[in-house]
Design a protein around this ligand. Structure first.
Ligand SMILES: [Zn+2]
Length: 157
């Protein structure tokens, strides 16, 4: 099954985009997808993603319209952002292993920032820089190569 696009992905914008940027992306997307306005050969911003794989132009236009209706409204957008971060947290919990920061190998990097690594089953490593962990009790770290994740606990530091 295709992963569902977020409203931000539909409009090709960053989740921290301003209302003005959202509006611009929306107008560009309307030009691209509107059933009446779609004109072949029109020059469009490259930032507009092509969501047409998921269906006809009309479907893409519906997605764009839904995205705009939520994101234009500060209250609705805040509620939507809350929902997204909840989803992100839930997916971040899908890690394969747990380990303690003290069990990781330490490499010194430039400017005194330490890099913690731990071998992954695939042969590459999980890598975590000291600054990423700052102020957290634990962090889910992805492998640099495969899709495995590991939960690193900062206990004892
Ligand atoms: Zn791996």
């Amino acid at each position: 099954m295709e992963p569902e696009l977020t409203h931000y992905q539909v409009l090709g914008i960053h989740p921290s985009a301003t209302l003005e940027q959202i509006k611009q992306a929306y107008h560009a997307a309307v030009l691209k997808y509107h059933p009446d306005k779609a004109v072949s050969g029109t020059v469009l911003p490259t930032t507009v993603p092509d969501v047409r794989q998921s269906g006809a132009n009309t479907d893409a236009f519906q997605l764009v319209k839904q995205a705009w209706e939520v994101l234009r409204d500060a209250g609705q957008r805040a509620a939507y952002d809350g929902l997204l971060s909840l989803k992100e947290m839930q997916s971040a919990i899908a890690y394969q292993d747990e380990l303690d920061l003290l069990d990781m190998d330490v490499e010194d990097r430039h400017e005194g920032v330490r890099l913690f690594t731990h071998p992954c089953r695939c042969g590459d490593v999980y890598a975590l820089s000291e600054t990423e962990l700052a102020g957290r009790d634990s962090l889910v770290v992805p492998c640099r190569t495969c899709s495995n994740h590991v939960l690193v606990r900062a206990s004892g530091t």
